[in-house]
Design a protein around this ligand. Structure first.
Ligand code: ADP
Length: 457
């Protein structure tokens, strides 16, 4: 069986509860009404009997008229109370006798309202003795039905009661409409999710109405999340495309060299040249793969690159010494490193970061230029700066140099991998730090890495 949808179920549920509450209130009102009504019926009964008794007591003529049977029947009906008059021996004199056992019920001098059930109906009765000054004594009995029917109780109040089903129907329809409106964002979320699943189009967004409630906030959050997912997905796609492109170039060179070697190389020297070219491209591919693996490893596990207390001063000095040996373009490498700067870092990664910054500074530095490396402790941070006086970076390139495979100068013949700066940034982030750059084209660049002494655990 098809289940009812959420808004029907919700509206039905609340309408049902509303109907139950109404029924309960009605039952309560009826119970209270009946209690008060019983009291009123009894008071009416006593009043009618006492009235009649007084009448007989006060007027001899009336007593005579009674005895002679000259009083009309209608006079014995006071509202709902029937009156009966008996003489002192219990003989029926006048009145409206109901012709059931109430007629033969003996006089009850209790001054209380009695109850009797006859023919399945309950009656109240009340008796009063009347002393007539000159004449016979009488007793007066009043009888009235103890229960009123529901209809007589509701008499005059039926219109509002009949409105009740109408109001309940209105409550249901209103609830149905309102719930539908409230649930619309959820329906939109479902539709958008389904559309994305079917089309794979991550650029779709959920229609957003700023109503200020939780559901519009949820819609905003999901749209934000989709934005992020789309960005990441595009970045991944771009990365895969770039990485395959980067690998394709050396592979093409290797294949071309192999073909040339097989078909054209005549001498051992020519063959050696071919192999050397293949080796160069192989090395480039290997570096590329190693670097990409490094990114993945850093993202996946902190176990492999543990951060340990390290003498960073010594690490920087050793890197500077190594780079000084291979400095090109007659560049002077100056290293300003105070003793005893230590921190919790991974020495292997920190060295890699240094190597990348210093070799970039050398590569993009000018002939006979300078590269300055300095290390300092600033409060809870360790600051490393690598400055050169080389080509600098154009303003339009600056925002992109952190992107994978981005190279500012595409025509450069000895092309780097375009992974150095992204790696530097990743390593800084791995240690809970940041990296920034200031550069002026033609004057040089300064890269600054700031890391907390303790490193992020
Ligand atoms: P690459 O392997 O090309 O050096 P990087 O990610 O290390 O890749 O650097 C990205 C780009 O940033 C480089 O292609 C270069 O244009 C620019 N760049 C990096 N360091 C410097 C620097 N010290 N001086 C000038 N430009 C630089």
């Amino acid at each position: 069986m098809k289940r009812l949808d959420l808004k029907t179920r919700l509206s039905l549920w609340f309408t049902l509860i509303l109907a139950l509450i109404c029924a309960l209130m009605l039952a309560l009102a009826f119970a209270v009404f009946t209690t008060y009504d019983q009291q009123r019926i009894r008071d009416e009964l006593i009043e009618a009997v006492e009235d009649e008794a007084e009448r007989i007591e006060d007027g001899r003529d009336y007593a005579d008229a009674l005895a002679a049977g000259r009083v009309r029947d209608a006079d014995f009906l006071r509202g709902d109370v029937r009156l009966m008059i008996y003489d002192e021996n219990g003989t029926q004199l006048a009145g409206l006798f109901p012709q059931n056992e109430l007629d033969t019920l003996p006089y009850a001098d209790t001054e209380r309202v009695g109850t009797v059930t006859t023919d399945g109906r309950a009656y109240y009765y009340y008796d009063e003795w009347v002393k007539v000054r000159r004449g016979n004594d009488y007793w007066v009995r009043g009888v009235t039905a103890a229960e009123r029917s529901l209809w007589s109780a509701l008499d005059g109040h039926l219109a509002p009661l009949l409105l009740l089903p109408l109001l309940l129907a209105l409550a249901f329809l209103g609830g149905y409409w309102l719930t539908g409106r409230f649930l619309r964002p959820i329906r939109d979320i479902g539709r958008t999710a389904e559309a994305i699943r079917e089309s794979g189009d991550l650029s779709r967004r959920i229609p957003y109405h700023d109503t200020g409630d939780e559901l519009s906030a949820l819609t905003g959050h999901i749209n934000g999340m989709l934005e992020r997912v789309e960005q990441n997905f595009n970045a991944e796609r771009q990365f895969a495309s770039n990485a395959s492109h980067e690998l394709r170039t050396p592979v093409s060179v290797i294949l071309a060299q192999c073909e040339y070697g097989i078909e054209n190389a005549q001498t051992a020297d020519e063959l050696r040249e071919v192999v050397a070219a293949i080796q160069k491209q192989g090395g480039r591919m290997s570096r590329l793969i190693e670097t990409l693996l490094l990114f993945t490893r850093m993202e996946q596990s902190t176990e492999r690159y543990r951060r340990e207390p390290t003498d960073i001063s010594a690490l920087v000095r050793s890197a500077c010494a190594d780079h000084a040996l291979i400095a090109e373009k007659n560049i002077t490498l100056r290293c300003e490193t105070p003793d005893g700067v230590t921190g919790r870092v991974n020495a292997e990664l920190y060295r890699l970061l240094l190597d990348n910054l210093v070799s970039n500074a050398m590569r993009y530095g000018r002939e006979n230029g300078h590269v300055d490396v300095s290390l300092a402790r600033r409060g809870e941070n360790i600051e490393l700066t690598v400055r050169d006086d080389g080509a600098g970076i154009a303003a339009e390139d600056l925002p992109h140099i952190w992107e994978m495979f981005y190279r500012a100068d595409k025509s450069r013949s000895t092309r780097g991998l375009g992974l150095g700066l992204p790696l530097v940034r990743q390593i800084a982030a791995y240690h809970g730090g940041t990296v920034s750059v200031e550069s002026e084209p033609g004057k040089g660049s300064e890269f600054r890495v700031t890391m907390p002494v303790g490193g992020a655990e």
